[in-house]
Design a protein around this ligand. Structure first.
Ligand SMILES: NC(=O)c1ccc[n+]([C@@H]2O[C@H](COP(=O)([O-])OP(=O)(O)OC[C@H]3O[C@@H](n4cnc5c(N)ncnc54)[C@H](OP(=O)(O)O)[C@@H]3O)[C@@H](O)[C@H]2O)c1
Length: 303
């Protein structure tokens, strides 16, 4: 089996690459940047929103499926990084190419809670899902909650928060009349679903909502991480309204960790009560955040 993966160099993409390599799947991996050679992987350099003829080298050979992991959490319009481009234009381009090239399967990475459609991230992810569903291809959509796991790129939310805790020693949580709930899921458990979807036609036309075994309030989530950071970390309650105002001013600075829209997306119930169906389909036990943080996952699963 040969699969083209867009977003292959990122946090989830790295774990997916490893899982697919283990399964003997040949990978065509698309990235805008040059990448180090890797066994079983052909790196294509190019932009997933641009026609495949511009990718170098151009994709060759029979391709069985396209996996679209491309996504951004923050837009930088001056650098051409908009939600519209990363989510809608990329998905449209990959779908058009898959149809023209006769590639039957399309796996789309989406996110939990997007149906609230409150932010450009959520709205464009929803638009991308609609394109996938109307594509006529054999599609499967994945909607995970916050994902944790080992990330050589350091782009995972958990790793980033722990770095901030180590540097700053103090981190705010938001005080508001809102649940601020999330259900973090292990990256290995997410990419397992992508692998399984390629083996099982029963996954065609499904939207998998995915969360780990436990729900946390945002404060509980931060406290779980803070306990594992060497030295003291102070979690400070800050009114949500104040954080929204401060973030609105500072969000354009690359070092500022959170945008007002990210705060808005955390407000709700970012949880998946139906996640048990997903894990029953996979036939695996969901890994806990604590197991991961305490290094209790076997090496292979740890990254
Ligand atoms: N991480 C989470 O907690 C989480 C939770 C729910 C859903 N998701 C979704 O999962 C997906 C992967 O997330 P991640 O955490 O792995 O993100 P990430 O580490 O930031 O990776 C994003 C990837 O997108 C690629 N990319 C962006 N624009 C591109 C373009 N125009 N053409 C080609 N590649 C492009 C980047 O590749 P290059 O820079 O190498 O080109 C990178 O490989 C995203 O769709 C995200 O919305 C993530």
């Amino acid at each position: 089996m040969q699969v083209l993966v867009a977003g292959c160099s990122g946090f989830v993409g790295t774990a997916l690459r490893r899982r697919f390599q283990r399964a003997g799947i040949r990978l065509l991996c698309l990235s805008r940047r040059p990448q180090a050679p890797e066994e079983g992987v052909v790196w294509l350099q190019g932009d997933a929103a641009e026609p495949p003829e511009t990718w170098r080298p151009t994709p060759q050979g029979p391709i069985d499926a396209v996996v679209n992991l491309v996504g951004i959490l923050r837009a930088f319009p001056r650098r051409g990084m908009t939600f519209e481009r990363a989510h809608v234009a990329v998905t449209r381009n990959l779908l058009n190419w898959a149809r023209e090239a006769g590639i039957p399967r399309f796996l789309q990475m989406s996110a939990l809670g997007i149906e609230e459609a409150q932010t450009p991230y959520q709205r464009t992810k929803l638009q991308a899902e609609a394109l996938v569903q109307e594509s006529g291809l054999q599609w499967t959509i994945f909607r995970p909650s916050v994902i944790f796991g080992k990330s050589p790129t350091g782009r995972d939310a958990v790793g980033l928060l722990m770095k901030y805790m180590t540097w700053l020693r103090v981190l705010p949580y938001f005080v508001a009349d809102a649940p601020y709930e999330l259900q973090p899921v292990y990256v290995g458990d997410v990419v397992e679903g992508f692998w399984k979807a390629l083996q099982d036609d029963g996954a065609v036309g499904r939207i998998w909502k995915i969360g780990g075994p436990r729900r946390y309030t945002y404060k509980e989530f931060l406290a779980t991480l803070a306990q594992r950071v060497p030295g003291p970390v102070l979690l400070v309650p800050v009114p949500e309204g104040l954080m929204l105002k401060v973030s609105a001013v500072l969000q354009h600075l690359p070092f500022w960790p959170i945008t007002p829209d990210q705060i808005r997306m955390l407000r709700g119930r970012n949880v998946a009560p139906e996640a048990g169906t997903y894990f029953a389909w996979l036939g695996i036990r969901p890994k806990t955040l604590e197991e991961y943080l305490d290094g209790r996952l076997p090496d292979e699963e740890n990254g």
